[in-house]
Ligand binder design. Structure first.
Ligand SMILES: NC(=O)c1ccc[n+]([C@@H]2O[C@H](COP(=O)([O-])OP(=O)(O)OC[C@H]3O[C@@H](n4cnc5c(N)ncnc54)[C@H](OP(=O)(O)O)[C@@H]3O)[C@@H](O)[C@H]2O)c1
Length: 267
């Protein structure tokens, strides 16, 4: 890891930092589809060892078969015990593991008039917030010993301007943003960098209708821009493609209310 001059940025105080773009060993949770799979495959092609994890074993097999040299493991991040067992196994199998991308997530609409929303909300908190915390706790002892260690969290534009259709999803992503700021601050002296990926709406299967919505950023365009940001020196503390700045910068540009109304306008 290469440190330059002390420097501050608006997104969490830290010294300048370069994440390697090649020769990392990267664990991607939620690597079976969407953003996780696309980033995993791109990092794999760029000369990194990539390990994908997810529940759908048929997709794990498909991703690994399509990318010789990649590895895949079944994992349900809703299962707290499974996370600990997985961390023990993965660090034994890959002692050179140095990058963890906490990407697995779910987004489910909540009908506050119905009976099911609390159960849905608890699942979302478990998957999107508690699981990244549990995975981080399980891997921290390993990452403290690793060279060039990086934790990549995945928040959302909805962390900054919530979508009322998905209140708990938006809240978990706001929590991930806040947690990332503190984690970055606390881990910087332990040789672990924290980078927050802040996607806007991207064409994936995260929600019904997302993948074919022409108003949403195509996955390939998103991944290309993300990779160009990861290639910058120093590596940005937040990976924010242009499209997400509508939400990311709304508060500081004094247009939060109009952005909220735009995001939540009846469709
Ligand atoms: N697409 C967007 O518009 C957007 C915007 C902002 C943020 N994000 C974030 O980006 C991340 C990836 O989402 P995506 O858009 O790529 O959606 P996606 O295609 O639905 O991918 C979600 C991934 O998470 C995994 N996952 C979900 N629950 C899991 C569990 N219990 N255990 C293990 N893995 C689990 C899924 O794998 P299995 O089903 O195989 O387990 C899948 O690989 C999420 O954190 C999401 O919140 C997406």
């Amino acid at each position: 890891m290469l440190w330059l001059f002390p420097q501050q940025c608006h997104c969490g105080m830290r010294k300048s930092f370069f994440m390697k773009t090649t020769n990392n060993t990267i664990l991607m949770t939620g690597g079976t589809s969407g953003i996780g799979r696309a980033l995993a495959e791109t990092w794999h092609r760029a000369g990194n060892k990539v390990i994908v994890a997810g529940r759908r074993t048929s997709l794990i097999e498909e991703v690994v078969a399509a990318n010789p040299g990649m590895s895949g493991y079944p994992l349900d991040v809703e299962d707290q015990v499974a996370i600990q067992d997985f961390a023990t196994r993965i660090t034994a199998d890959y002692p050179e593991l140095n990058v963890v991308v906490l990407n697995a997530g779910i987004m489910v609409a909540e009908d506050l008039k119905g009976d099911e929303w609390l159960e849905i909300a608890e699942r979302i908190v478990n998957t999107n917030l508690l699981a990244p915390m549990r995975m981080t706790a399980a891997l921290l002892p390993h990452l403290r010993r690793a060279d060039d260690a990086v934790i990549v969290t995945v928040s959302s534009g909805l962390a900054f301007v919530p979508l009322a259709l998905t209140p708990t999803y938006s809240a978990t992503k706001a929590a991930i943003h806040s947690w990332s700021l503190s984690l970055r601050h606390k881990l910087k002296d332990q040789g672990i960098e924290v980078i927050e990926l802040v996607p806007p709406a991207v064409q994936t299967d995260l929600m019904p209708g997302h993948k074919n919505n022409p108003n949403i950023l195509p996955l390939n365009d998103f991944v290309d821009e993300v990779m160009s940001l990861f290639a910058q020196t120093p590596t940005p503390a937040e990976i924010t493609v242009q499209r997400v700045m509508f939400q990311r910068a709304a508060e500081r540009e004094g247009r939060f209310e109009s952005a909220f109304n735009t995001v939540n306008q009846p469709r």
